[in-house]
Design a protein. Structure first.
Length: 137
């Protein structure tokens, strides 16, 4: 089956901190990222499914835009992830955790015949995380 990828972007801030550790241990593990800082994230959402014979599409991109913008971009954009997004309570705001959160939010809103294949989240030019869902596709 064909796969299609749509790219989205948002800006968000975060801070790494483990309350079980003192400042020295936090700094040893997270370095300068214990300070509040932000990123311009690039999110790739890849879906797959049968082609609709009437449109030739796997998914209606206007519907995908509405879903991803409503459930992800509008919530994360200009947020402080670990403070503003309830799902992150007790979790680090890492790209790894972000991809899991994004998958959970998007997958349940897709049409029945469209499956989420991959989430790719780029945090910096040298760091990105790919997630293929809880079953790993």
């Amino acid at each position: 089956m064909p796969r299609i990828t749509k790219v989205f972007s948002f800006c968000a801030a975060h801070r790494y901190w483990n309350p079980k550790w003192d400042e020295n241990e936090n700094y040893r593990i997270f370095g300068d990222d214990i300070r509040l800082h932000g990123h311009n994230y690039e999110l790739e959402v890849t879906v797959t499914g049968p082609l609709n014979p009437e449109t030739g599409f796997v998914v209606n991109l206007m519907e995908l835009n509405t879903l991803v913008n409503g459930r992800i971009v509008d919530k994360l954009d200009h947020s402080q992830i670990e403070k503003d997004i309830a799902w992150f309570k007790g979790k680090q705001p890492s790209t790894e955790n972000l991809t899991i959160y994004i998958w959970r939010e998007i997958s349940s809103g897709l049409p029945d015949d469209v499956k989420l294949y991959r989430i790719r989240l780029q945090e910096t030019p040298t760091i990105f995380t790919e997630y293929y869902g809880p079953k790993g596709n």
